[in-house]
Design a protein. Structure first.
Length: 111
């Protein structure tokens, strides 16, 4: 009983957690052209999850978006972008930003 309940809870939580993300993705797909903004920056890789397609970067200021330097997670536009990346590497990268969603479209090791 206890085990079943926890499975149900995890399932319900998983679904709830997925819905906003999917809604965001769909919104991006339909409105990418008018409101997604391209930007580029330099940063250092703090964490990498090639399976999930995410990379956490401590990046410098982003002029295009008036962002200060910070550490944040980015999504990789395609899994192949993770190739050659390792934690601690310095990189230059391009990304599309729409609100809080930032998707890297190009990234390369710079140092
Ligand atoms: Cu940032």
């Amino acid at each position: 009983m206890t085990k079943l309940r926890s499975i149900l809870f995890v399932t319900a939580f998983g679904l709830t957690a997925m819905l906003p993300a999917q809604a965001t993705d769909m919104g991006m797909a339909s409105t990418a052209k008018p409101s997604a903004q391209m930007a580029h920056a330099e940063g250092v890789i703090k964490a990498l999850d090639a399976k999930a397609g995410t990379v956490t970067l401590a990046h410098g200021p982003v002029q295009e978006l008036k962002w200060p330097a910070m550490t944040m997670a980015f999504r990789l536009a395609k899994p192949e972008l993770a190739k050659g990346l390792t934690v601690g590497k310095k990189v230059t990268f391009e990304f599309q930003s729409q609100g809080m969603a930032a998707v890297i479209t190009a990234i390369k090791v710079s140092g």
